[in-house]
Design a binder for this molecule. Sequence first.
Ligand code: UDP
Length: 334
Amino acid sequence: MIYLVTGGAGFIGSHLCARLLSEGHRVLAVDNLSTGSYANLAGLSDHPKFSFVAGDVRHPELMEELVRQADAIFHLAAAVGVRHILHHPVETLETNILGSHIVLSLAARYRRLTLVASTSEVYGKSRRERFSEEDDLVLGPSHLSRWGYACSKLADEFLALAYHREQGLPVIIARLFNTVGPRQTGRYGMVLPTFVAQALRGEPLTVYGNGRQTRCFIHVAEVVEALIGLTREPRATGHIFNIGSTEEVSIAHLAQVVTEVTRSPSPIVFLPYEQVYEAGYEDMDHRVPDITKIRELLGFTPRIRLAQIVQEVANWLREDAAAVASLGRRTAAA
Ligand code: UDP
């Protein structure tokens, strides 16, 4: 098979490319390197079945050339990371909506199976204990940039399903919950690599708010396994799937696990939200996926525990002094 991976130099994209190559497939990766990086592809660039194009999904001619060559598409290219989104709202909306429109319209023209990566952000501020794919979505007002990200990814979902219904495009939508692992940069606000880098530098771990908010962290390798599994299951076509761990941890507890695993002397400090996000920013108290749908279809159950993930991220960061130096610094480029 020939797979096109948009966002192929990103955190998840690069792991996906590596896995597809290891299975013997040919992989075309495209990335504009805005949040992805060449460094993520180190080790793949010389692979005889791997091609990388530094380009943007918003360019129809380039994308047509790539879609035409591929048998199936993983569309992961998107503006991601809370801090990045708050600082670059125009780019976020354009990349996510226009880019997906171009990819999906070409996929429909050439009839290529397309998996669209979406996000748990689309559940917004829903207060449900577990989020399931058919729940109502509860988004905030449009003067807060944060919600523009959720809306842009939701627009991608609507568009993908519209192409499926109207033009028979085989699509699958994957709503990814807090995905973590080696190569994820904290530069765009993600908490786990930020804490690990802070711990390795011996600096305070910055917990926002009271730290009682919870998240469920899933290892990127398990997300990749789920994404590939979905594309191989014909019954997945036309459906939305949550992909995430159901092991809920508070952010304060995460900070503790990080200091323990890294044996760091770092203190844990609590910062009010107003100091770190735009005025009126609303954090999510809880975010737990209901993964019944993907479990019933693929037998998918995440197994990698939090301490192991933290250890792997720490091992990766220890080999990358530059990343340790920059991650989680409040002055870092957003
Ligand atoms: N967070 C934190 N300290 C940080 C970065 C993030 O306490 O240095 C918190 C953030 O406010 C949120 C949680 O960690 O409650 C997860 O944040 P992240 O940006 O990783 O993901 P998301 O909010 O999209 O789930």
